[in-house]
Structure formats: C-alpha cells, structure tokens
Design a protein around this ligand. Structure first.
Ligand code: BDR
Ligand code: CA
Length: 310
C-alpha cells in the first residue's frame, strides 16, 4: 500500500526535484501540492508548482495557501532561485489548473476526512500553511501521521543569516507552532543537505536521460549550483528538499538523533535558529528526529533511478 503525502512547497529548483521524485515513486500517493510564499511570492510558487506537475505528466491538484508569514514581512530568495523561482530552461505556461479552495482549508478538510494517522505532511518551505491549519483547527494535529520537513541547521548553523536556515527564518513563529505541536517530526537540516551535493557527472546523467524531466533537472541544477559554488566554494549544489522524499522512500540513507529542537523567535541576532539539543544537555523532551548524515551516493542513485521513470 502506498503512503499518502501532501507536499507543502515554495518551488524553488530543489523543491521541483523533490516533487518529481515523489511523483515518480509508486510507494507514495501524492494527494496534493500546497503552495506557500517563500523562495518567491505565492503567485509564482503556485504557478511553478503547476508547471512542475505538468512537466511530470501527472494530474496532482495544486492549492495556493498563505502569501505571507504569520507575523512578519515575507523574505524571498531570488538571489538563489532566480526571478521566477524556477530559473533554468523555460517551461510552457501552466494549463494545469489551480484549485479554488485555499490550501489551509484543503489541509484541514483532508486531515478531517481521511483516516486518522494516514497522512504524512512534507513541508519544503516556510511552515506558514501548516501552522495556520494547526492554529485554526487543532483537532487535526493528532490526525497527522508524521511531518518530514526540510529546515534548520545545527552544525552548519545558518544560510540566510549566520544563525538561521531560510525556511525556518522566514516564518519562525510558524516553525515554533509546528515544533511544539507534538506531531512526530523528522527534520532534514543543512547538516544533511550540504552533504547531498550534486556532481557534474550526475547533472550530465540527467541531461543524457534525453527526457523533458532530465533536461529540466539538469538546467535547474546548473542554475542553482552557481550560487552555492560561489558562496561555499563547493563542487555542486545541495539538493535540500529531495532529502525529505528520499527519506520516505529509503530511510536507511539517513542517520540522526531523536532530540529536542526549539525555535528562536525572540532574538534579532539569532532569529529562526533551530536550537537542537544534539548532545542532550538540557533534559528537554525530544520532539524531533534531527538528521545529521546521508549516504550521498545512495541518495543520487535513488534520484537517477526514479527520475528516469518520468
Ligand atoms: C531551503 O530554502 C530554499 O531556498 C530551498 O528550497 C530549501 O527549501 C534551504 O535553506
Ligand atoms: Ca523549498
């Protein structure tokens, strides 16, 4: 039986690869994509989500959610993802429709309708949609099977500020609600994703697939890579968000610790920091499986094998 998931996303080239990986995988039933403002404003993230679904040849419904964080002004990342959020080869204008229902209403309705414990949420952007749904309908919280998300950092500390990772920094109040919700959490922080770097060979393997998906993934990676190679001097780009989906398919690729993670919402200096009790020095209750390692070659083997199916 396949596992039902909802992908909450702000595409983003790495979000796009994550979505394609999920759609290519029969172990997962992607009920919907819910778009949120993040890498670029909502009007672009929902559009990009529809373009990605169209590229995959699937009919997965796309819902638009919150256009701004709970309490703060939206911070975007065009400097990483380009003006569209999905710069690379141009994709056709989406004809795949946007659903009329708001993503938050969709999340609430679906979690109430489907059997309790049957849906896993996969947030790949700021946690605004999920936190809004939890605030508005607390009865859905115990009905969520698990949340597997990309966000935060401990040893790597921050990418958008010296202390914070982008997804958590953009909406720290939302992250705080999710991390305190009591739902079982699996977290893919920068500590993992910065070990999941693309290689030139892998990008060329994607291009050599000779499919529209292969071409798109190669062009996205080429675009995305520029930022990280210039900033970190690394070879290749970190495919952050696909780590979430890869975990659902092959959890043994990842290693981590079940620890307490709190979100900084007060300090201006360290706003959005994920304070992970990696060394278990606080006695605070563990609330998240916080990952630290990935089998990089196994991860890319899985991606190649699955993306070739589309
Ligand atoms: C996260 O921020 C976004 O730019 C990426 O899509 C990823 O979800 C990495 O910090
Ligand atoms: Ca993302």
């Amino acid at each position: 039986m396949s596992r039902k998931i909802i992908i909450d996303t702000d595409p983003g080239q790495d979000d796009a690869v994550a979505i394609l990986l999920a759609l290519a995988s029969p172990e997962l039933e992607v009920l919907a994509l819910t778009a949120v403002a993040g890498n670029v404003p909502l009007a672009l993230t929902e559009r990009n989500a529809r373009q990605i679904v169209q590229l995959s040849g699937h009919q997965t419904p796309v819902y638009a959610g919150c256009d701004a964080p709970l309490k703060r002004k939206l911070v975007t990342a065009e400097y990483v993802h380009g003006r569209s959020g999905l710069d690379g080869i141009p994709l056709p204008d989406p004809t795949h429709p946007l659903q009329a229902e708001h993503a938050v209403d969709y999340l609430i309705d679906t979690l109430r309708r489907e059997p309790s414990g049957s849906i896993t949420l996969c947030p790949l952007g700021p946690l605004t949609n999920i936190a809004t749904a939890f605030q508005r309908a607390p009865d859905i919280i115990p009905r969520v099977a698990e949340i597997v998300l990309m966000g935060g950092a401990y040893f790597e500390v921050g990418n958008v500020t010296p202390a914070a990772e982008f997804n958590i920094y953009v909406d720290p109040e939302a992250a705080d609600i999710v991390f305190k919700s009591g739902v079982p959490l699996v977290v893919m922080p920068l500590d993992v994703t910065h070990k999941a770097l693309t290689s030139r060979e892998w990008v060329e393997e994607m291009r050599a697939l000779g499919t529209p998906v292969g071409q798109a993934v190669a062009s996205w990676t080429d675009f995305f890579e520029r930022f990280d190679t210039a900033k970190y001097g690394s070879q290749g780009a970190p495919l952050h968000d696909p780590c979430v989906i890869a975990y659902l398919l092959e959890p043994a690729l990842f290693s981590g610790r079940h620890v307490n993670v709190e979100i900084e919402t007060g300090s201006e200096l360290t706003l959005g920091m994920t304070v992970a009790d990696w060394w278990r020095v606080t006695g605070r209750e563990p609330n998240a499986m916080f990952m630290g390692g990935v089998d990089r070659d196994g991860f890319y083997r899985l991606l190649t094998e699955r993306l070739a199916r589309l």
